[in-house]
Structures are given as structure tokens and as C-alpha cells.
Write a protein that binds this ligand. Sequence first.
Ligand SMILES: *Cc1c(COP(=O)(O)O)cnc(C)c1O
Length: 401
Amino acid sequence: MKNKDLISIAKKFGTPTYIYDAEKIKKQYDRLINSFKSVKNLKINYAVKALSNISILKYINKLGAGIDTVSIQEVMIGIKSGIPVDKIIYTPNGVSIEEIQRVAKMGVNINIDNLNILEQFGSSNPEIPVCIRINPHVMAGGNSKISVGHIDSKFGISIHQIPLLLRIVKNTNIKVNGIHMHTGSDILDIEVFIHAAEILFQTASKFKDLEFIDFGSGFKVPYYPGDNETNIEELGDKLSKRFNEFCKSYGRDLILAFEPGKFLVSEAGNFLCSVNSIKQTTSTVFAQVDTGFNHFVRPMMYGSNHHIENISNPSDSERFYSVVGYICETDTFATNKRISKIYEGNILNFKNAGAYCFSMASNYNSRFKPSEILFYNNKAVEIRKRENIDDLLKNQIELEF
Ligand SMILES: *Cc1c(COP(=O)(O)O)cnc(C)c1O
């Protein structure tokens, strides 16, 4: 997408707004498929929580992917978008046995990460096969909030509890059709990932009815020029080889599954906002924009460094700006960042706004959630309207005093 496309979208639909480039999503999807082309059965399940707009789900399903879900509501949106239940996997953590049973009854593949839940589920539904989420205790991930594979993580069944797991499987007579891990976001070292994969293979060899092995996700994408990214091609090379060897020793071709969220949609996203005012203090020049952590929380929540461009005035000389929001609380998007000279009314583009941006947006300060636009076949189409005052009041019950 070019700057002039973005500017005309901002003019037509207003700011703040999210724009997703369909072509970039497809490019990432193809890249992943190509990296693993030597694996006979590859399955990509898009992690819905990254960006859950129904049109995005439809588009990604059309590319060939299924979905990975973490709540019954994500399952419902997935089904509504037309994705068949056998292309949906449900990987909850800390949800009730009732919700798990309801999702299982819908025909969705269940991924269980808790021995206590497995025992209950296996006792009452031994006829429904399940996938087991293992915690290989490999430290990966960009920060402690997204690193979920370490020793004291709440996710997965510890590899130290495999004997107990096997006993529960035997006693309940439940069929295990998949082994899964998801070690967290931001994997940079391929060897660390392969190390975790070896642990998964060792575990998988103990189960006789497997149909797939799911390696989760955690692919890192670059957030600013010069930033690191997971070398997908190298990972594809090394893991495919090991996976094919494993299938040989297992005696059957299994499915290799992944559930990327960020990798597929992060770089496809642009978030456009307008500069309300420039405020110069004794130490800092602030660019104050018409949004805040209500719409875009990653910089505040994870310390993410999103590249910011002034698309209204891209070729002027650069100055240092702190880009801040309009929320009545500290909401700093960037501190002393070089951006080409900003004037009031200019439009800023926050890059990598596809994953965990709109899906984490709130109505804090009683602001409307932004619109979402899909740029598809060189055309911008709205896939979510900007909210209005009726949306804010919709479920509120007004008492008379
Ligand atoms: C969040 C999540 C993913 C996606 O992670 P990304 O870093 O966005 O690729 C995959 N699997 C599970 C189980 C998740 O919770």
C-alpha cells in the first residue's frame, strides 16, 4: 500500500482507523507454506485473537487456513464466518469444563492443557478425541507477558507430569489425536525452537493414535527498520527435516500444524491517526494525536516499538517527537522519535498494527472504537464501522431517580 492510498482512506473514512492490506496477509501465508513445502501434510490455523474481524477470518480461510481459538466466542465468530468446525481448534487456558464441553459438542477439536480438566473431560466424554498441550519448559518470548513456556508458566502440561498424563489417558480411555506446544511470542533463535520441538517429539512417541503435532507459534516479525525477525525459511528447513524423520520412526505421516497470529497479520496493519496539536515544553516536543491506549495499547502494555511515519509530510527534515494520546492518563506511543516534521492536522501511520491492536481496543474515556478497512484488490472497503453514541449506551440501563 502506498502513502497516497492511506491518505485517501483517511480522508474518506476519517481517523483514527485501522487498515489491513490483504495482499500482505497472503504474502506471509505463502511464505510460511513455502518454507514447509517438504512436509506432506501442513496445516495452518490462524490465531483469531490477534485480529478477529469476521471478514479477516473469511479471507484467511479462503487462503486455505483454519483457525485457532481461545474462547467459545471466537469459535462462534469462526463458525459464523463459514469456517467448518473440523478446521477449528480450541486452545483455552483456565476456562470452565462446561465451556470446553460445549465447544466439543460443536464438533471443534479440543486442546487440553490441564490434567484435572483432562480427567473430568475424559471421564464424561471418552469418545471425543483431544489434543494435549505440553509445556516443554523452554524459555522463549520477547517479554514475560508473552513468554508462556517457562517452568512456572500457567500454560500447558509440564513434561515432568507425563507419567501422570499417561495414567489419566489410560484410565479414562480417551483418544489423544494431537500433541501441541506454544512457547510464546518472539522466537529468534531457531535452535531454541528446535530444542523444544525435540521435547515434543519425545512426548509424541508415547501416544499411538496421533493425527497431528502442533508447534504453536511465536514467530517474530520486524517492528521497525532494522528490527529482528524469525527466519521462517531456516526454521522450515530444519523443522521439516526433523518432522519427516519423526514421521518415519512413528510409522505414519502426521500433520504438522502451526497457529500463527502475528506472523500473518501484524505487518499488514496500519493505524492512521491525526495530529490534534503540537505542544512544546522546555524539554520535549509532543505530537498529540486523536487516539490513545484505548485504541492501541501495545506500546504501553508491552513496551512495543511501532514504527511511526508522518504520511502527510514524509520527505521533510526529521525532528524528535514524543507521540502521545488524548487519554487522561499517561499514554505515550513513542518517546523522542525521529519523524519528519509534523504540523497540526497531519496524519501519522503506526505500522505493524494488524496483530493485537484492534482486538485489544476498549472504550476507555468513552471514546468510540475506530473503524477497520480492508485494502483488497486495490480497493478500500470498510469491514467495521466506527462506533457511535448508541453503541456506547447500548447495554446500559438508565435508572430514573
Ligand atoms: C496467541 C496464541 C497464538 C498466536 O501467537 P502469535 O505470537 O500471535 O503468533 C498461537 N497459539 C496459541 C495457543 C496462542 O495462545
